[in-house]
Design a protein around this ligand. Structure first.
Ligand code: IPD
Length: 271
């Protein structure tokens, strides 16, 4: 079977992500309740997460019936076309629960061992970030480029925390050691939007242990197409650790994270 055109996959992903974002925002006008919990009592799912994932799955697989699907809320379907959709219906569910306008629909198309198209829509604002492999990254039609970073001490670094107390102990001690080395640290609550802000040149770096493919598949491509680098490795807590930043100065960030104890030195060497 011929590979699908990334531009066509992107057009479908954009259309579906924007429809889903409108649904998510409309549902926020009613009280939002926690429907279930996952890895820990603070790792929540709302009925809107589940309904949005079902909507995205239906729209994508109706348009392209042979594709596979992997969704945060449990949707798994193997396909035969070579394309698999990786979907987070609401990245930043805790923000959504608290009505903090920093939550997003994320849709990535994976083909031939890599993500070839990705869209992230901030559902609170409608802002749409997108990229295709080799085709650059844009936000609402404007080209994106990562920041020109200076020394580590002048960089604004975004991060996130996992939902398990053990992992948070590791993350808290790494933050305590990293904070004096950088300009400042931000935790906005959506991995996908943190990465998009990095692609836009707002943040100078990002790292988080405990991320999943659906959190960063689309936004990771946006970062790389905006001139950034991403490194997925294993952190001190034994879970997936994503590091992202402008290609220039990336190694300094990785070294600082090793020094802070966010990851062992050999985790970088084996990448
Ligand atoms: C979470 C957000 C958060 C990050 C967590 C993710 P979810 O995604 O991206 O910023 O710190 O690791 O799980 O659960 O809201 O889809």
């Amino acid at each position: 079977m011929n590979p699908a055109d990334p531009g066509e996959l992107l057009a479908l992903a954009r259309d579906v992500a924007q429809q889903a974002a409108v649904f998510v925002a409309e549902q926020r006008t009613r009280p939002v309740e926690v429907a279930d919990t996952k890895s820990s009592p603070i790792d929540i799912v709302t009925a809107v997460d589940t309904a949005t994932e079902a909507m995205i799955r239906r729209l994508l697989l109706t348009a392209r019936p042979g594709d596979g699907f992997l969704g945060e809320e449990g949707g798994v379907e193997s396909g035969e076309s070579g394309v698999t959709w990786i979907v987070d219906p609401i990245d930043g569910t805790v923000n959504y629960l608290y009505d903090l306008p920093q939550y997003a629909v994320s849709i990535a198309a994976h083909q031939g061992e890599q993500v070839v198209a990705g869209v992230v829509v901030n559902a609170a604002t409608g802002q749409t970030y997108e990229a295709t492999l080799g085709g650059g990254a844009r936000c609402d039609g404007r080209d994106l480029a990562v920041s020109e970073v200076g020394p580590l001490s002048m960089r604004l670094i975004a991060t996130g925390f996992g939902y398990s107390q053990d992992l948070r102990q590791v993350q808290a001690s790494a933050i305590a050691r990293l904070l004096p080395l950088v300009r400042d640290i931000r935790r906005l609550g959506s991995c996908a939007l943190d990465l998009c802000l990095l692609a836009k040149g707002v943040f100078d770096g990002y790292f988080e242990e405990g991320v999943h493919d659906w959190d960063h598949a689309a936004a990771g491509l946006v970062v790389r197409e905006a001139g950034g680098r991403t490194l997925l490795t294993t952190g001190r807590g034994g879970q997936d650790l994503l590091i992202a930043g402008p290609a220039n100065g990336f190694d300094d960030l990785v070294d600082a994270l090793v020094e802070a104890g966010a990851l062992p030195a050999h985790a970088v060497a084996t990448e």
